[in-house]
Design a protein around this ligand. Structure first.
Ligand SMILES: C[S@@+](CC[C@H](N)C(=O)[O-])C[C@H]1O[C@@H](n2cnc3c(N)ncnc32)[C@H](O)[C@@H]1O
Length: 487
């Protein structure tokens, strides 16, 4: 293990970390990396073979590098260990290859199976059923959205490579990671040893079964969610509906989330017409009084989803058959679109009213957004407090930061289009629609103001107190305006 940890440190020293790799490959985000572009990355971005280029090629792009380059990456003692444990091997041409990939997540490095296991023929489903999932877009989204506060006990269900368990190990007293796939559990243990995490325990089993009655302050999960016509991949397929694991996962939260705790889940749902997603989540929660925050990150039509997941790349006819299978299954389920979401659950403060659900549509999630998820809960709770009107009367309000105001003019008709506002510099950029009073308040609020100062700021058009209070509640709830106690 010391030699393995040294090897990982060597890679960190040459700059093998998320930001440097993203910049080197010319990507806005590592989630944009594509196997179809591998030759272009190599020819255009990694032609200058410094150690970082060799490491990216070997550990991320599944490339084969000459021994001279390999020797430039590690000292002999470390290299011997990497070869001895089978992490690096020589192919039939005498070139060095990695048996697994090493995914940079911020400045952490996570080992897992290759992202494109079927190279050189990606698209063919010849991936073993127990493949451990690579660090994918969904993995990164959850890693970025998780609130990073010190917690007692953390549980990571469906841990795979262990990415969320390992990240939680840095701010939890103790972390329990669970996966049904023994290979995934091995991978998580390996990552735990390689990173020196001493507060991580890994168990094999079905969701909460290996957990007993225990409750946790933080629960993270990225369950298999794909509505698949055939259950081929354990890390991906959630049965024909996609819901087989996620339904049981959410249904188990009330028995396992500690008071004051938070559960964060990344997943996808098939949606039918206008049926609100929140209804499904509430039904699975079985009436438990939990507040739910939903970030809708991406939407795909059922047709695009079917095409994206179809396999059978051997022949065009096989591919078409597969598209037909996938599209047919989605249709049978009644899904018209598939939405990627990040969910956060907390126990509700029932003294402040009924549990709430809040849904937002961020335009991207490129950097850590845990603070913003936490603020969404805090803001929502603040405006729901029975004494919120008094707090408003006693405090001062100000814009939460620089705000872009977007206004549309409808020409030729006597209609006014709604304005939209976006708080700039946020990890979760969200365009918020404003009504006329909310817009007026944002525009007039040049300086922090009390409620009465705000009413007096401009008389034309006059702002009614009740309307101002309602609008402020809505702006504070959505994080565009802050409420501060008066000095
Ligand atoms: C989508 S992958 C997520 C892996 C990792 N957490 C991440 O975010 O990259 C889903 C994982 O759930 C595991 N899994 C599938 N069914 C499970 C079950 N019933 N109980 C526990 N784990 C399960 C799979 O083996 C796989 O590792």
């Amino acid at each position: 293990m010391p030699a393995l940890r040294n090897a990982v440190s060597c890679l960190a020293r040459i700059g093998y970390a998320e930001r440097r790799i993203r910049e080197r490959l010319g990507l806005a985000d590592l989630t944009e990396i594509r196997w179809r572009a591998l030759p272009i990355y190599r020819a255009e971005k990694l032609a200058d073979r410094d150690p970082l280029a060799s490491a990216i090629d070997l550990f991320l792009l599944q490339g084969a590098i000459p021994l001279a380059e390999l020797n430039g990456l590690f000292a002999k003692a470390e290299l011997d260990v990497l070869i001895q444990i089978g992490l690096i091997y020589l192919d039939e041409r005498g070139l060095a290859r990695a048996a697994v990939s090493l995914y940079p997540v911020g400045d952490r490095l996570i080992f897992s199976d290759h992202a494109w296991p079927s190279l050189p023929h990606p698209g063919c489903v010849n991936v073993p059923r127990d493949q451990v999932m690579s660090v994918g877009t969904d993995s990164r989204w959850l890693a970025r959205a998780t609130v990073r506060r010190p917690v007692g006990a953390a549980l990571d269900l469906c841990t795979g490579s262990g990415i969320h368990a390992l990240l939680a190990a840095a701010h939890a007293r103790r972390v329990l990671a669970v996966d049904l796939n023994p290979r995934a559990a091995q991978c998580t243990r390996f990552n735990g040893l390689a990173s020196g995490a001493t507060n991580l325990e890994v168990r094999v089993g079905d969701l909460y079964k290996p957990v007993g009655e225990e409750r946790f302050d933080l629960i993270t999960a990225n369950p298999p969610f794909v509505p698949s016509p055939r259950n081929l991949l354990q890390y991906r397929d959630g049965g024909r509906s996609g819901e087989e694991v996620q339904r049981r996962l959410i249904a188990g939260l009330p028995q396992h989330l500690a008071p004051g705790g938070r559960a964060q889940i990344v997943t996808e749902f098939g949606e039918r017409g206008d049926e609100p997603l929140a209804d499904r989540l509430r039904e699975w929660l079985g009436g438990a009084a939990m507040d739910i925050h939903i970030l809708r990150l991406r939407e795909n039509s059922a047709a695009n989803y079917a095409i994206g997941h179809a396999d059978g790349a051997d022949t065009y006819a096989a591919f078409l058959d597969s598209v037909h299978d996938w599209a047919g299954n989605l249709k049978t389920q009644g899904y018209t679109r598939i939405v990627s979401v990040l969910l956060a659950f907390e126990w509700s403060d029932t003294a402040a009213g009924r549990p709430w659900t809040r849904t937002e549509n961020p335009q991207s999630l490129h950097v850590n957004a845990g603070n913003e998820v936490e603020a969404a809960f805090a803001n929502e709770r603040l405006v729901r407090q029975p004494n919120f009107p008094e707090l408003l009367e006693r405090g001062r309000v100000c814009r939460a930061g620089p705000i872009a105001l977007l206004e549309a003019r409808v020409l030729g008709r006597n209609v006014r289009a709604n304005a939209q506002a976006e708080l700039l510099g946020k990890a979760l950029p969200i365009l918020q629609t404003l009504d006329a009073v909310e817009r007026e308040i944002l525009v007039r609020l040049e300086q922090p103001a009390t409620l009465s100062e705000l009413e007096a700021l401009a008389k034309e058009p006059p702002l009614e107190k009740a309307a101002v209070m309602a609008a402020l509640g809505s702006l504070i709830r959505r994080g565009l305006v802050l409420l501060k106690p008066s000095d």
